[in-house]
Design a protein around this ligand. Structure first.
Ligand SMILES: Cc1ncc(COP(=O)(O)O)c(C=O)c1O
Length: 357
């Protein structure tokens, strides 16, 4: 079976060596030595400061909203994974959607500007969809004009650079997911990168029940800490990341060369790198999409209709005027092709063969 993704399993010996350290330390969670090591290594690898590890990417979003004091309305994209919207809903933050650019699949900040004119917004939550950086300069201009906090959902944008700088260094905060399906993962995990150290310090308390470094409770918090076992998986995967990145790049290059004349491909932000964690293609119609999925499934190939449906169609509490037509249309015609490091050349060719038939 060739499915859309397959979790990367690092070398067992490497992982066992790290697990031995956990046994030797007798330290399983609460900012243990392996979490500290992973935090430091990730900060260096990604080229960012003020990085905080969390239990998962959804909590990373919730912690970012809380640490930044987001309470008023938020504006976000309907073309994302459900966690972008459900994290707002869960935090009791009212939100509205604004439509996307159908070529980049990211928020269109010209449209966002008119959605914001109704007033009452205090934050914007753009997503770097499939790791493609949003127009961060436009986002920041809009945020400045409307006095908004910017929280990027960068769940897919691990190790992506924009103008040679980590894309995570833009905005007031950016969040990452280290879920098993991600290119870099900890089985479950996530992180927030804050612009300001003081926000990081607030978040450090928030993820640990509100305790400060003197073990005094400074306000309400939650348990969003990463355990040592998850950090061990992260350290083992990080060690292999160059191999993971190299292989998915080869696969993506092959898909791009073979499929660019057959399907609409995501238009990438100029001046930014790609981590090739996803390979979405847009079909001409929903009918073509259904037929392709069937043909692929018949050959034991399982792509994913991702993201679908458009989040504005779910009826979540929302301050949105009108339908998000571009997002709805892309959601009805898009599929993400299988891409993962262990995929063989023959597997890649068999996917291409079905698509070019
Ligand atoms: C865009 C986006 N945001 C947030 C999340 C949530 O991350 P997690 O699964 O680690 O909670 C995901 C997960 O896939 C995602 O794709």
């Amino acid at each position: 079976m060739i499915s859309v993704g397959r979790p990367y399993l690092p070398n067992k010996k490497k992982l066992y060596h790290l697990l031995d350290k956990i046994y030797a330390n007798t330290w399983l969670t609460n900012n243990g030595p392996l979490s500290k090591e992973l935090r430091q290594k990730l900060g260096e690898f990604l080229g960012v400061e003020n990085l905080l590890l969390c239990a998962n990417g959804t909590l990373a979003l919730q912690i970012a909203y809380k640490a930044l004091g987001v309470r008023g309305k938020a504006l976000t994209t309907p073309f994302s994974f459900i966690a972008t919207a459900s994290s707002l809903e869960w935090e009791g933050i009212p939100f509205g959607f604004s439509d996307i650019n159908p070529c980049t699949f990211n928020l269109d900040f010209t449209l966002a500007e008119s959605s914001l004119s109704s007033g009452g917004f205090d934050s914007i939550v753009p997503v770097h969809v499939f790791g493609n950086p949003c127009d961060v300069e436009d986002a920041e201009m809009v945020a400045e004009r409307h006095n908004l906090k910017v929280i990027y959902d960068a769940a897919h944008a691990f190790n992506v650079k924009y103008k040679n700088k980590s894309v995570l260094s833009f905005g007031d905060a950016s969040t990452l997911s280290f879920h098993a399906t991600k290119l870099f993962h900890c089985t479950e995990g996530g992180a927030v990168v804050f612009k300001k150290k003081e926000d990081l310090e607030t978040a450090e308390r928030l993820i640990n029940f509100g305790f400060d470094e003197n073990k005094e409770i400074r306000g309400p918090g939650i348990n969003a800490k990463m355990s040592e076992i998850h950090a061990a998986m992260g350290l083992a995967v990080l060690d292999d990341f160059h191999l993971i990145q190299e292989r998915v790049q080869q696969i993506a290059n092959h898909y791009r060369d073979e499929l660019k004349d057959y399907f609409m491909l995501q238009v990438w932000n100029e001046g930014s790198s790609s981590n090739n964690s996803y390979f979405p293609i847009v079909c001409k119609s929903e009918e073509e999409l259904r037929a392709l999925i069937k043909e692929m499934n018949d050959k034991n190939i399982y792509p994913r209709q991702y993201f679908s449906p458009s989040l504005d169609t779910l009826g979540y509490s929302s301050h949105t005027s009108g339908k998000m037509l571009k997002s709805i249309e892309i959601a009805s015609k898009i599929i993400c092709l299988p891409i993962y490091p262990e995929m063989s050349d023959e597997d890649v060719k068999s996917v291409v063969r079905v698509l070019k038939k």
